[in-house]
Design a protein. Sequence first.
Length: 230
Amino acid sequence: MGGGFDFDVIERSWVYLFREGMSFTVTLTLLATMGGIVLGTLLALMRLSSYRTLNLIAGTYVNTMRSLPLVLVIFWFFFLVPYIGGWLVGSNQPIKVGAFASALITFTMFEAAFFCEIMRAGIQSIPKGQMAAGYALGLNYRQTMATIVLPQAFRNMLPVLLTQTIILFQDTSLVYVISSTDFLGAAVKVANRDHRLVEMYTFAALIYFIICFTASLYVRRLQARISIIR
């Protein structure tokens, strides 16, 4: 591997690492977070529903996803989604689904199970009198949830939602199993090409630490501000 720590390999490769790798990682994280929160909120409402069937379906989904290793789910969906897509469009051949689309679907569906439990706790933290106040104003269940309960639940659970997003950001490195080039994957390619494993793995670890630690400090401050508001 050569003696000494070679900073030159980092200088030569950082544009590629951030342009190709980090852009993939950040885009996947943001889109999967938004999709996961939307789907997770719907699942949370289903779990809190008085209809037993909806409760059972959502509960089964959440418990199943939370019981599976993420890397297995990524690998499984990468090969399964094309066949499901082909079946939906009535084709005898699997449709072409790119690695990014497959990863996005996987992370959205997987993270929705965790966001569901977060949002369920947030909704349950709102006093029941808020629902009664909404009904007293002439609002129906949907309007009361959309305008009174969910905004408060999102505010209360925002630090936890952001913490889960940080975990998702870290988990995106698992897309290596489907040969996607995220930030860590880009670093691995450079490391193998230039035979500088120590330098690239150290640089990747440092970047992940800086981003996640900074985000964690922001979440801590946000949590303190929300506690004061309460």
